[in-house]
Design a protein around this ligand. Structure first.
Ligand SMILES: Cc1cc2nc3c(=O)[nH]c(=O)nc-3n(C[C@H](O)[C@H](O)[C@H](O)COP(=O)(O)O)c2cc1C
Length: 218
């Protein structure tokens, strides 16, 4: 039984007072600005500061979203790893556009990233795949991600079978159906909560050379 009412939800309200962000204070390079905020998130003992919502869509515009983990970022883009045959994988292969969202509530911050998506090279995927714990490597092999399965036993039996198949291998080969995607940002927005809902929003838009920086109304 719920022990709260609809009014309780409507009354949830917090004032944001920790920090501010302006066009002049923001780094002219959004990747450097992201690096700055990400390092603060990493140093703030947040659980999984690299967890981000990934939004994808079918070619006819039906959206879907889920959390994935950021595994690296640089001026080329933001990289995560997944099953290429999953729902997100199929959507990205048919419509290579995505949005990423970081929500760091303890810091009263969110970062929105939008851009085009490409697969990372198999060599990059292999290097990351083989750096994961052996159990995670087996898990990736065992899971037909996003497919309906009859029960948990399907996964458990597959894990047993793979443990035998690969018992002499120190590291497992990279599955052909697994690897990374890189989101190349075209738009990056930094949101810093402020008092009275007058939050700071600084948006970077990619130009032929460099970036435009604008303030958006909250
Ligand atoms: C904290 C957290 C981290 C996750 N990290 C990943 C990840 O890095 N890669 C991944 O494929 N799924 C990850 N997942 C699972 C996804 O949210 C999702 O359930 C799965 O990828 C299937 O999504 P799809 O059916 O939309 O393709 C994570 C979930 C959570 C809650």
């Amino acid at each position: 039984m719920a022990t709260y009412s609809a009014t309780d939800i409507a009354a949830l309200r917090r004032n944001y007072t920790q920090e501010s962000l302006s066009k002049t204070a923001a780094n002219p390079d959004p990747i450097a600005q992201f690096d700055h905020w990400f390092s603060e998130a990493m140093n703030s003992a947040l659980p999984e500061p690299n967890a981000m919502t990934l939004a994808t869509a079918t070619p006819d515009g039906k959206p879907s979203a889920r959390i994935v983990l950021l595994k690296s970022f640089d001026h080329q883009g933001f990289v995560f790893y997944t099953n290429y045959e999953s729902q997100k994988g199929q959507e990205l292969d048919n419509n290579p556009q995505a949005a990423l969202l970081f929500c760091w509530l303890e810091l009263e911050r969110q970062v929105r990233i939008e851009g085009s998506v490409e697969r990372v090279t198999p060599a990059e995927s292999k290097a990351y795949f083989q750096s994961r714990p052996r159990e995670s490597q087996i898990g990736a092999w065992a899971s037909p991600q996003s497919r309906v399965i009859e029960g948990r036993f399907v996964l458990e039996e597959k894990v047993q079978e793979l443990a035998t198949t690969f018992k002499h291998d120190a590291v497992l080969p990279l599955p052909a159906f697994w690897g990374g995607y890189r989101v190349r940002p075209d738009v990056v927005e930094f949101w810093q909560g402020r008092e009275s809902r007058l939050h700071d929003r600084i948006r970077y838009t990619r130009e032929k050379i460099g970036w435009t920086i604008e303030r958006l109304a909250p």
